[in-house]
Write a protein that binds this ligand. Sequence first.
Ligand code: MAN
Length: 349
Amino acid sequence: MAVKRYERNPLLAPADIPPLHHEGEIIGVFNAGVARWGEETILLLRVAERPHQHADSQVRTFVYDPDAKAWSVRSFSIDDPTCDFSDERLVVTHGVTYLTSLSYLRVARSHNGFDFTLDEGVLLSPNNAYEAFGLEDPRITFIDGTYFIHYVAVSPWGVCTVLARTSDFRTVERQGIIFGPENKDVAIFPERLNGKYYCLHRPTAPFAQHNEIWLAESPDLMCWGNHRHLLGLRDGAWDSHKIGAGAPPVRINEGWLEIYHGANDSNCYCLGALLLDAEEPQRILARSQDPILVPEMDYECQGFFGQVVFTCGLLHEEQLLKIYYGASDTSIAYVEIPIGDVLSSMEAI
Ligand code: MAN
């Protein structure tokens, strides 16, 4: 497969982003939503910030306090036997799972797709109790002249997905939570099918111990129903442990092409493809046996959480998938893959 990574990857790294908080440091800029806005390519960046870590004996993170409408620092002693620090993204305590950084969403713009300038200010940062631990992994779907942003909101209540809308990426309106906890990796289709909106989503099912992809439909983008299980894990494969939708599906002649992420049992995240029927997206036509993108480069293997390539957005132009992806939960990189190569690598189902 002709996988062409940009030679100056990563496009954006933590050093490119100034922290918001006087005590803060940026540890990641990754998993960006992507859109075309006139001549510009827009990246809606997930920026992860944490307080400077003063001592090895403590883990310090930010949380948003909705009553004070301010960030505060929360410290945990690494000797505290009631806390589990084994996943560097989390501090798991009795009753509440915290994150080790707080994420928010900023806009960067480019005229050539490679050199990005950061907008002043922040487009979306925590402003209510559902967002107390941050906003993550935005996807953008353009429908009838409006850009719909769907992002993950994290709080002591868990992980939800929120819908917001914008027309210019300078002002934005939150519409509300569209999937309650635990649900993330929502990817809304850019067209109505049979008069209805469709999305992929990923409920977490502790009972079944499965994190798999579901399909839902909606009359208005806010109320989602007719949920159907769509895609499962595969034992022993690159997508054996967790899967979730990546970028919003792309309409091609053969149907809907979805680039999704899969993690294996060692938590290595790769990208693969799924082809769905054009009119009946619950019908899977083909799926990648092998991933289309595997962490191989230094910036994909090493970082805050290594061995990760993860996408929230791509552009479909000139028969190419132009994929912007998070590398190691640290930086943003770019790769081009011809659609024909992706299709011919897939196996019919
Ligand atoms: C989860 C999410 C993503 C992250 C991956 C890899 O799926 O938290 O934001 O990129 O894990 O750490």
